[in-house]
Design a binder for this molecule. Structure first.
Ligand code: SF4
Ligand code: SF4
Length: 123
């Protein structure tokens, strides 16, 4: 009996102790975080020269380059967001963005299509 009361008081103490503390979780997706500046989200490409260096340093084979068709693709299903492509691109054409909400029911949505030499994202 006394043991039960002791545990009841102890649990109430724990509850009260945390009642006035700032929550460590976020009510996502209603509230969203601003990622820190070192965050590596979706890689975005602009003014790519098609040199292919990123292709060679990508550890997961997520990048496809088709120079004949000026096509540059990043498959986000394969990308591990390591940032190698952005780090080694000699033209600064890839940036790791802050975008982290990338979930989709359609696999095609996860293939980023860019144009070599251009600034537009094709999808
Ligand atoms: S972030 Fe890493 S895994 Fe993703 S495309 Fe770039 S090099 Fe490949
Ligand atoms: S993104 Fe950079 S490293 Fe990759 S092909 Fe384009 S210019 Fe070369």
């Amino acid at each position: 009996m006394f043991k039960n009361i002791k545990y009841l008081l102890l649990s109430m103490f724990v509850v009260f102790k945390h009642l006035f503390k700032k929550p460590v979780t976020l009510e996502y997706p209603e509230k969203k975080i601003t990622p820190p500046k070192e965050f590596r989200g979706k890689p975005v490409v602009k003014n790519c020269k098609g040199c292919g260096i990123c292709l060679r340093v990508c550890p997961s084979g997520a990048i496809q380059i088709d120079k004949e068709n000026s096509s540059f693709k990043i498959d986000l299903k394969k990308c591990i967001f390591c940032g190698n492509c952005a780090y080694y691109c000699p033209h600064g054409a890839i940036k790791m963005s802050e975008e982290y909400e990338l979930a989709s029911n359609d696999k095609e949505d996860l293939i980023m299509n860019y144009r070599i030499g251009g600034v537009d994202e094709r999808n």
